[in-house]
Design a protein around this ligand. Structure first.
Ligand SMILES: Cc1cc2nc3c(=O)[nH]c(=O)nc-3n(C[C@H](O)[C@H](O)[C@H](O)COP(=O)(O)OP(=O)(O)OC[C@H]3O[C@@H](n4cnc5c(N)ncnc54)[C@H](O)[C@@H]3O)c2cc1C
Length: 432
């Protein structure tokens, strides 16, 4: 007896990089009934390329770089194939210049030593986190480990008072960088590198000058137009032995044989109890409890004239004190610094993480622009810097379909547990 296989209906929830990549793979493999339901009115999710600033190149409100520009990395492969990497630029944090509150630059000698100390401390922190968990079953976060180790390292630096003071300031700026790199306050983050979960190829971080959206648009090219519906927030996924029923906020329903969910950790943490019927297996809920979506935002300032170029590629704010007593008053102390956007002359990009990144979302672009300009005047020692002509700020914490930036492990860490989230949930009908 011959069995004619029916083409299965596959519904993908979310048109970010994960959803679009899944759809493209299915379409390439010959699946014809593929539908992506996207809550927002655009595709891309945390990839959001927009036109801003002087010159023809766009800016990125979300993902910025391809981490690991090698042919093992499929994003890099696509970007290279479609010519999206020109002009080619690898990010170089080591070239940041560290400026004090009095407008004086800290010497390169001190910065070089501070980088060595900071990297040594980070290696030590990773080792301690692993040892503590393996030996004592204790899970500790980056802070206070980082602060204690930096303090010890500083005591071993043999130099005069002014050298040590500048070193302290540089290390505070590097700690701010670590916050945005790791994605949140260091009191919230723990991390155990695990080969299954996180294996960034070597080679640094490369820019996509014409925008990350080019990758998404390239993947979308072979996906039929009818396979994407925007403004369709899925609010319920009902699994039965027969079929999966999907309900959207606007009252539509869809049926599927298979569903691929690509919502962010932030979205799933908030909505999983109402989204899945029956509810998710406890093993998946446990992972959702233990992962957090961090808080990072970006600030773009466009001026009438160059502010950093040609002297600086990137400046770091070396504050006397970065402690935040009251986030409303001190939020801007979490701004690591500003980068000159290399495809533009007059446009700068600032980074901020943690409580302050979330608080900043309550302020208007205008207020943020004014405060950032004051910071630039102070750290560059130049009262004549004009007000920006335009300000653009990302607001990832309050984006209702994302609710954060990028994930990290929290105090309830089990190495590699992220993989549990990607395991399929099957019903008896699909078990052979
Ligand atoms: C500021 C910032 C900087 C970053 N920098 C980098 C970087 O330099 N390099 C890098 O590799 N990564 C970076 N990232 C991370 C990167 O952007 C993400 O890892 C990646 O884009 C996630 O893709 P995704 O498809 O998994 O999720 P998302 O992009 O979050 O896509 C999920 C999609 O699902 C939709 N959705 C959610 N729930 C529903 C629902 N119920 N119904 C319908 N639709 C739904 C959302 O609207 C969204 O479009 C950065 C992120 C941020 C925020």
């Amino acid at each position: 007896m011959s069995v004619l296989r029916k083409q299965p209906n596959v519904v993908i929830i979310g048109a970010g990089m994960a959803g679009i990549s899944a759809a493209r793979r299915l379409v390439d493999a010959g699946f014809r009934n593929v539908l992506i339901l996207e809550a927002a009115d655009r595709i891309g999710g945390r990839i959001h390329t927009v036109q801003f600033g002087d010159g023809k190149f766009p800016v990125e409100l979300g993902a910025n770089w391809i981490h690991g520009p090698t042919l093992q990395n499929s994003t890099f492969q696509i970007a290279e194939a479609i010519g999206a990497l020109q002009p080619y630029r690898i990010n170089n944090r080591m070239s940041s210049r560290f400026l004090r509150e009095d407008g004086v630059e800290i010497s390169r000698e001190i910065i070089k030593e501070a980088f060595h100390i900071f990297n040594r401390v980070l290696d030590e922190v990773y080792r301690t986190i692993i040892n503590e968990r393996l030996k004592h079953g204790r899970i500790i976060t980056f802070a206070p480990l980082i602060f204690e180790s930096l303090e010890k390292e500083l005591q071993n630096v043999k130099a005069d008072d002014s050298y040590i003071k500048d070193m302290q300031k540089a290390l505070k700026a590097m700690t701010n960088h670590c916050r945005f790199h790791e994605g949140d306050e260091l009191e919230r983050i723990t991390w155990e590198k695990h080969e299954q979960e996180y294996n960034i190829p070597e080679g640094g971080d490369v820019h996509i000058p014409g925008g990350y959206a080019q990758i998404i648009n390239h993947l979308m090219k072979l996906i039929p137009k009818k396979s994407l519906m925007l403004k369709k927030e899925v609010v319920e996924i009902l699994r039965s032995d027969e079929i999966i029923e999907i309900k959207t906020r606007d009252g539509s329903t869809f049926e599927a044989d298979h569903v691929i969910v690509t919502s962010s950790i932030g979205y799933l943490k908030k909505h999983h109890e109402t989204l899945f019927k029956p509810k998710l297996p406890q093993s998946k809920i446990d992972v959702l409890t233990s992962l957090e979506l961090g808080r990072v935002n970006k600030i773009f300032l466009e001026f009438d004239q160059p502010i950093l170029a040609p002297t600086y590629r990137s400046i770091a704010f070396a504050w006397d004190d970065t402690s935040i007593k009251n986030v409303q008053n001190d939020w801007y102390k979490r701004i690591f610094g500003f980068d000159q956007i290399f495809t533009k002359n007059n446009t700068l990009l600032g980074w901020i993480a943690g409580d302050a990144a979330e608080y900043m979302e309550t302020l208007s672009n205008d207020e943020i622009g004014k405060i950032c300009t004051e910071l630039l005047r102070k750290f560059l020692g130049n009262r004549n810097i004009p007000n920006p002509k335009a300000v653009l700020v990302s607001r990832w914490c309050n984006n209702p379909y994302v609710l954060g930036s990028y994930f990290h492990q929290s105090k309830r860490m089990i190495p590699g547990e992220q993989m549990i989230l990607s395991e399929p949930i099957t019903t008896p009908r699909w078990t052979f």
